[in-house]
Design a protein around this ligand. Sequence first.
Ligand SMILES: *[C@@H]1O[C@H](CO)[C@@H](O)[C@H](O)[C@H]1NC(C)=O
Ligand SMILES: *[C@@H]1O[C@H](CO)[C@@H](O)[C@H](O)[C@H]1NC(C)=O
Ligand SMILES: *[C@@H]1O[C@H](CO)[C@@H](O)[C@H](O)[C@H]1NC(C)=O
Ligand SMILES: *[C@@H]1O[C@H](CO)[C@@H](O)[C@H](O)[C@H]1NC(C)=O
Length: 349
Amino acid sequence: MNLQFLSAIFTLFILSAASSAEVPCPRPNSTLPTSNYADLHRPKHFEVKSGLNYSYIYAEAQVNRPTFLLLHGFPSSVFDWRYQINDLTDAGYGVIAPDLLGYGHTDKPTDVNDCCDWGSGLPNKLAMFYPNFFSSYVFVSVPYSPGAFDLDAINQQTEAIFGYPAFGYMKFFNETKAAEVLDQNIESSLSLVYPRVPERWQTDLCPYGTAEEWIRKERFDPLPPWESEHDREYRVRMFREGGFAAPLNWYKSNIRNIDAEDVAKVPPENIVLNKPVLFIGGDQDYATRIEIMQQVAKAGKESFLPDVEVKTVEGTSHWLLLEKPREVFVLLDGFARKLGQNVTDYKMP
Ligand SMILES: *[C@@H]1O[C@H](CO)[C@@H](O)[C@H](O)[C@H]1NC(C)=O
Ligand SMILES: *[C@@H]1O[C@H](CO)[C@@H](O)[C@H](O)[C@H]1NC(C)=O
Ligand SMILES: *[C@@H]1O[C@H](CO)[C@@H](O)[C@H](O)[C@H]1NC(C)=O
Ligand SMILES: *[C@@H]1O[C@H](CO)[C@@H](O)[C@H](O)[C@H]1NC(C)=O
């Protein structure tokens, strides 16, 4: 199989919410609007060597078009890529979009060590361990940042800069009780994570203790304008069936740097992401703030990100894939076209 890879990443950590949408495209409900959806949405299955069973959507690229590997974050699934899957395949790009471990129709191991190779930022690790696998990278909402994850340090830094710890909720997500608390209040959990107004994160998700309080008290906001009842019901069903224990392992393995030994063996030259990189962020993301993305890009230019550019999708939060899919497509398509002549064929091993 001759594949050209372009990897688009919507990574870990979490999300944010809605707001004004001067979106020029029609906004359907959860369903993908065009005819190819029916075919695409028949997920395939693949069992990896360890025995874990993955579900994924695959659409073959048209000649000379690259393929996007779409990796979702918490608490998403392939569902949150639905607009991009539709737009990219309509434009002739190939798509591989898995439900990652713990989500959707993929297996849900509850042992933290099962996530060990991929703990923090799956694409980060893919880039370090397999530097020639992808021709380029797009990071949506969460930047590439190599190195160990120090949650307490990040919280202290962001508190000093923004007045609140950006990842306070991760202290809770790292606790054993978190899965049970979220499982018992799924609607409330999703209402906080996909909130009606982005500022909800600043007051009720990010500061220490507020996420747990919100969920335990079963607080609830109306749906954001970009999410239908039908969409929300789909999410609730997914977690009623699958639970939060396995998805939360992504945080636990990341926060505990469970793969530190493997990462220590990565040669320094692999830490440098020597490929074209695009960061896309929303200016109303109160957790993974655009300022952090800009700072990582700026610092990285001199060291581990020689070829990076940052694009802001105005008026969006962490959930910009859902809020302004048209704008996202234009960025992805523009990036792929610009790279077109340089993308080299890659033979799968
Ligand atoms: C949106 O959902 C409503 C109610 O479930 C349904 O009647 C309508 O056909 C849906 N629209 C689209 C574009 O799927
Ligand atoms: C993987 O899961 C799917 C859906 O549950 C199932 O149909 C398939 O048989 C499973 N494959 C393996 C190898 O377990
Ligand atoms: C995460 O949980 C582990 C296990 O309970 C604990 O040792 C560690 O200190 C926690 N990390 C943070 C940053 O709170
Ligand atoms: C494509 O390759 C040419 C020649 O190696 C280089 O000058 C150019 O910067 C590359 N373009 C991109 C978008 O990477």
